[in-house]
Unconditional design. Structure first.
Ligand SMILES: Cc1cc2nc3c(=O)[nH]c(=O)nc-3n(C[C@H](O)[C@H](O)[C@H](O)COP(=O)(O)O)c2cc1C
Length: 367
């Protein structure tokens, strides 16, 4: 898989989830394998140029966190170009332009999804960035503003013409938010609109089978996974294995899930310090717990932890309480096993939505 001059080890990408896809999470995923390219949360180009500490924290990285793209948002061409130059000089692998963020604060100033409504202006902004740096410039967008304005195919073609190296496309419109089914035909229209750059499909990929279906049904070159990675950090390794062998690896054992959750917390504390790292982990741990079976005792306590000791005390209590749900071999009894997730585009139209992935709460609830 190539994006411009950048050669990647897989065609699987981590989608930015503001507030979640920080350095500790990316390192956790990379240790599990299969991830081709990760992207930071969106960062305001101007804040980066002004070297605001919050913006610098968002792009914090380490040698083990490579290759990494930085995602910029903004609508002032000079700022976007200069921020790209600044990041390229710091050794990032690629710069991604956010054209999908529906948050009013971002769109009001002409950034995020608003860029999909102004094709010529957006292409001009991207061109200035492409011409200023040697690393690939990519763009992440939705299908369009709403169903009446599906601009993504035209925008992708215009961006390719000015040298953008790849397009990431979430198969929903800005108006849709996270409602409804991911529109594979819409992604396919973007694939068909470009001449040769890779188009990466995105939206609701929660299983290796869903990744394969998206690639087969749209012709996209790879898939980008956001919430699915949060729900199942093994998804990249498992999908890569599935693509290579046609076989699904076994689900990780409960002990392995607990080990990875604890590793994630340790990295969180390394990067953010103990009190802040633990507080941030309050919204992370319940996502691991989704695959633990009954976990209300854990979820109730973990949202109050401020120290590693409190976290481990909550975990110990949970492990004791959980024994009642286990069989003689120490496995969850069948009736307590969590149901598998199903991607929106893999379900019968009449199916209930209960097996679909929720939208995480956080600073960007309206994404
Ligand atoms: C909480 C949250 C934060 C997000 N932050 C970003 C962001 O910073 N930049 C971006 O381009 N997309 C962002 N997105 C959109 C995701 O990257 C992705 O396009 C979307 O979640 C669909 O993919 P998924 O179903 O695999 O999660 C965010 C989504 C959520 C739920």
């Amino acid at each position: 898989m190539r994006i411009g001059s950048l050669e990647l080890s897989s065609n699987l990408f981590l989608s930015p989830l503001a507030g979640y896809t920080n350095l500790p999470f990316r390192l956790t995923l990379r240790e599990l394998g299969g991830l081709g390219l990760a992207t930071t949360d969106l960062v305001n180009a101007r804040s980066l140029l002004e070297k605001k500490s919050k913006a610098l924290k968002l792009i914090e990285t380490r040698p083990a966190d490579q290759p990494l793209a930085v995602q910029l948002f903004g609508s002032v061409p000079g700022e976007m170009r200069d921020a790209a130059v600044y990041r390229a000089a710091c050794g990032v692998a690629a710069v991604d332009i956010n054209m999908g963020c529906p948050v009013p604060k971002v769109c009001r100033v002409g950034g995020g999804s608003a860029m999909m409504t102004e094709l010529a202006k957006t292409a001009e902004l991207a061109q200035a960035m492409v011409e200023a740096v040697a690393i690939p410039i990519t763009a992440k967008m939705r299908l369009g503003w709403d169903d009446q304005n599906l601009t993504a195919p035209d925008l992708a073609r215009a961006l390719e013409d000015v040298g953008v190296a790849a397009v990431f496309i979430h198969g929903r419109t800005r108006q849709q938010g996270f409602q409804g089914t991911v529109n594979l035909a819409g992604i396919c229209a973007v694939v068909q609109a470009v001449k040769s750059i890779p188009v990466i499909g995105n939206g609701d990929v929660t299983t290796p089978e869903a990744a394969r279906a998206m690639i087969e049904q749209t012709g996209c070159a790879g898939v980008s996974i956001g919430r699915g990675a949060f729900y199942n950090p093994w998804i990249f390794a498992h999908t890569q294995h599935f693509f290579a062998t046609g076989q699904l690896p076994p689900e990780p054992a409960f002990e392995e899930r607990v080990r990875v959750m604890c590793r994630h917390l340790d990295l969180m504390i390394e990067v953010f310090g103990e009190p802040h790292g633990c507080r941030m982990f309050r919204k992370v741990a319940p996502w691991y717990a989704r695959r633990f079976g009954p976990a209300n005792v854990f979820n109730r306590r973990v949202v109050h932890v401020s120290t590693t000791a409190e976290f481990h005390a909550a975990l110990e209590e949970f492990l004791r309480w959980r024994r009642q749900f286990l069989d003689a071999h120490g496995h969850l009894k069948p009736q307590y096993r969590p149901a598998p997730l199903v991607a929106s585009f893999m379900e019968e139209p009449s199916a209930s939505r209960s097996h679909q992935i929720p939208v995480p709460k956080g600073p960007m609830e309206t994404w």
